[in-house]
Design a protein around this ligand. Structure first.
Ligand code: TRP
Ligand code: ZN
Length: 518
């Protein structure tokens, strides 16, 4: 379990022990051409449009609806005449992920989990809007046994093929129409075992429940979904577990848990759009505490019994750091904040929406700062394609440097310089602007991504950099984003041509020239 992503900042805030553990990148296989392929056209369109108006950003701070999000999503393969929804949403690096032909608006998940038998039983209702005429469409589902599918209440036939659940409704769904598909299913969930340096993720059963962390495509291990971040939706969860256990999902509880015949049902609602990889149904024996931050934001924290001693600290730090980030990044996007420490020793953390989860360790403030920064960068503003992952991890890593600055434990500049000094670092061979499917969470995406932001800050100055960050989170709140949109906004706000800077830092193999100045 080597770690990679954090700057060796001085003092106890060094957070390098709890990053997602991946082996450091060693193979510089991304070529210049490869890294640039497919980007130049949209770059041009976006740069021109933003120069003239703000066509790349939703106007007037409007909430981006799922269908608007789909408009910036990769084009779905297939012709307009086809009435078969595509088996993938069009991510060039993850061609089977997600599905084409519709946009999900809402997931209503009724789930029951029995840790003793490890059996999950679910009924998922997915409300969606057709983006083409559909005689059949897919959902993503990994393992589990489907017993029944209905579309708008009528029986639908279905078929399984690898991780695709292919559904044929009784009658054709017309383009633009809303429909509801209900899938009843059960079985013992199997997590994903990914070869791409990701280890195990998805629904992972534990001694007393489940540890559920789904980035990038593990939501399909526990519910049928359009499992790709370019199709965000709102969620309702009703999770039933044996009495004495706690079920934790995203958003807020919509009532007090109900116990009947030895089982307790927890109802949670995430009313803001959420990517499937940020959904969770973590369950087990937990100590729970709720509170309110100084700025009045509700906080929910839960820790496994063995982390009982960290409960108060997690509550306090989470409130403090969420409040602080809202002064730096712009208003907090969700209705509550929080965190979960499970005793499953994953060794990593994930930024589950409203409730980051820490797998088997008590997080240092720098890690909490990282995961809470993701609430803006990743959760509220969500990438459209996985290759733009630096927009999540580069920003969250940079947030750790900002946290160090804020707490007087180092500067972003010293973190940058320390990394820059190592000319032999393999990250110089990996342009982070094109995160690789076979090494998605590589060190370059985190560290060189953060360095890109620092190079930008030095180039445009703090008086443009911080307003840019707030304009970014404001323009795309709850939406989907691309790197080209960020570059265009940075150029607009700074009034500078920044193409050379971003090209060198994000898209070229090799160590960029040193920053000007001391
Ligand atoms: N995004 C996580 C972070 O904060 C890392 C991560 C990627 C992860 N995939 C995961 C964590 C799967 C848990 C499970 O850096
Ligand atoms: Zn992260």
């Amino acid at each position: 379990m080597s770690t990679h992503r954090l700057p060796p900042l001085p003092g106890p805030t060094t957070a390098s022990t709890t990053a997602l553990t991946t082996t450091p990148t060693t193979t510089p296989t991304t070529t210049r051409a490869g890294a640039r392929t497919g980007r130049s056209v949209s770059a041009l369109i976006c740069a021109v449009a933003v120069g003239a108006a703000t066509a790349c950003a939703p106007s007037e701070g409007a909430v981006v609806t799922p269908s608007q999000a789909a408009a910036v999503a990769p084009v779905t393969p297939g012709t307009s005449k086809s009435t078969t929804g595509a088996p993938g949403i069009g991510d060039p690096d993850f061609p089977d992920d997600g599905n084409g032909g519709y946009d999900v608006q809402h997931y209503d998940l009724r789930l029951s989990y029995d840790p003793a038998s490890r059996k999950l039983a679910g009924s998922a209702t997915i409300e969606a809007k057709a983006a083409q005429d559909l005689t059949s469409f897919d959902l993503d589902l990994h393992g589990l046994t489907v017993s029944r599918v209905t579309v708008d209440g009528g029986a639908a036939s279905f078929d399984r093929s690898k991780d695709e659940l292919v559904i044929e409704p009784g009658k054709r769904i017309s383009n633009g129409h809303r429909f509801a598909v209900t899938v009843d299913y059960a079985g013992v969930p199997e997590p994903m075992h990914d070869s791409a340096n990701l280890g195990e993720y998805g629904f992972i059963s534990t001694a007393d429940g489940a540890f559920v962390t789904c980035e990038p495509n593990g939501a399909k291990t526990w519910f049928p979904s359009n499992d790709h971040p370019s199709d965000k939706a709102t969620y309702d969860f009703r999770i039933t577990v044996p009495e004495g256990l706690t079920a934790i999902a995203n958003g807020e509880m919509t009532g007090t848990p109900q116990t009947k015949a030895g089982k307790t049902t927890f109802a949670w609602r995430e009313k803001h759009p959420m990517a499937s990889y940020l959904a969770t149904m973590t369950t087990g024996k937990f100590q729970v505490r709720t509170g309110t931050s100084d700025k009045g934001l509700p906080i929910y924290v839960a820790v496994a019994d063995s982390f009982r001693g960290s409960l108060d600290q997690l509550l306090t730090q989470t409130g403090k750091i969420t409040d602080y980030w809202s002064t730096v990044f712009g208003p907090y996007p969700f209705s509550s904040t929080g965190g979960v420490i499970d005793d499953y020793a994953a060794g990593y953390a994930l930024e589950n929406q409203t409730k980051p989860i820490y797998g088997g360790f008590s997080p240092e403030p720098a890690i909490i700062a990282h995961e809470l920064a993701h609430q803006w960068f990743g959760d509220s503003l969500t990438i459209t394609r996985w290759r733009d992952l630096w927009l999540n991890e580069g920003f969250a890593t940079y947030a750790e440097w900002l946290w160090a600055e804020h707490t007087g434990q180092g500067t972003a500049d010293s973190a940058f310089k320390r990394l820059y000094a190592n000319a032999a670092d393999p990250m110089w061979a990996y342009p982070p602007g094109a995160a690789r499917a076979d090494d998605l969470f590589g060190a370059a995406v985190y560290n060189r991504g953060a360095m890109t932001l620092h190079a930008l800050r030095r180039e445009i100055g703090d008086d443009k950099f911080f307003p840019l960050i707030r304009a970014w989170t404001d323009a795309h709140r709850y939406g989907n984003v691309t790197t080209q949109e960020f570059i265009a906004l940075a150029e607009r706000i700074s009034g500078k041509d920044l193409k050379g800077l971003f090209d060198a830092w994000l898209f070229q193999p090799g160590r960029p020239a040193p920053l000007a100045g001391p």
